[in-house]
Design a protein around this ligand. Structure first.
Ligand SMILES: Nc1ncnc2c1ncn2[C@@H]1O[C@H](COP(=O)(O)OP(=O)(O)OP(=O)(O)O)[C@@H](O)[C@H]1O
Length: 230
């Protein structure tokens, strides 16, 4: 098991009149290599859950373990190290830095890690650009790339530290249907070829169908959790 969440709740504005449960008593066990879609209406708690699974936020109640490590007992520095090594993030709005080339954007997690960028690591990233059809885009700036290409650069950035888990918050939410397929195809390849655990939030029914497991959230609770044996 790669992630275990036990009875986690996130309470916003705790002990005030505005107290609100973003998620309520959620328990999940996520195994290595799963391809999971998180679905549910707007305001259901998907991003709240995403942030907690990604160690970007702390639950108010409950326990969370990633790779058998208790996240709640870690300080900010330990969490940030674990996050950098174990989790790759992809967001709806790509979040590339406009003044850096596509290659430098993808290298950023290495630049801020203890290991830094060396030649073999740079070559590996260039190889990823080739694998994902971006070899002619290395020196381009984000504004010179299509939305789908920008998201693929963001996916490579999420992969450079070879994380076990990829967390994607509506990765195709800003793209038209053709570009959505183009980008999702990359996520599927990463899942299939590299054995990564991929967890994505989506409103796109075509992408829900492609998951091995679908977790539905409503009013902060998991209302169904189905694994497809296909
Ligand atoms: N910082 C906050 N303070 C108070 N309430 C919050 C905060 N963040 C989120 N919420 C509330 O928690 C609930 C869940 O929000 P969340 O962003 O997780 O939903 P979501 O399912 O991701 O929605 P969407 O699909 O619209 O992105 C919402 O009702 C939201 O208003």
């Amino acid at each position: 098991m790669i992630i275990r969440a036990q009875n986690i709740s996130k309470v916003y504005n705790l002990n005030t009149e505005a107290e609100f449960f973003g998620i309520r008593d959620v328990s999940l066990e996520i195994n290595k290599g799963e391809l999971i879609a998180i679905v549910g209406p707007s305001g259901a708690g998907k991003t709240t859950l995403f942030n907690i699974l990604g160690t970007l936020d702390t639950p108010t109640f409950g326990q969370i373990e990633i790779k058998n490590k208790n996240i709640l007992s870690m300080d900010a520095n330990e969490k940030s190290k674990l996050r950098n090594k174990v989790i790759g993030f992809i967001f709806q709005q790509f979040r590339l830095i406009p003044t850096l080339s596509a290659l430098d954007n993808a290298l950023l997690p290495l630049l801020v890690s203890e290991e830094g960028v060396d030649s073999p690591r740079k070559e590996k990233v260039i190889h990823l650009f080739e694998t994902y059809g971006l070899k002619n885009q290395l020196t381009k700036y984000p504004s010179q790339l299509s939305g789908g290409e920008q998201q693929r650069v963001a996916i490579i950035r999420a992969l450079v530290n070879d994380p076990d888990i990829i967390l994607a918050d509506e990765p195709t939410g800003s793209l038209d249907s053709k570009m959505s397929e183009y980008v999702f195809d990359t996520l599927q390849q990463i899942h299939k070829n590299n054995g990564k655990t991929v967890i994505y939030i989506t409103h796109n029914l075509n992408l829900v169908e492609k998951a091995n497991r679908v977790i539905k959230i409503e009013d902060g609770r998991v209302i169904s959790d189905e694994t497809c044996l296909c």
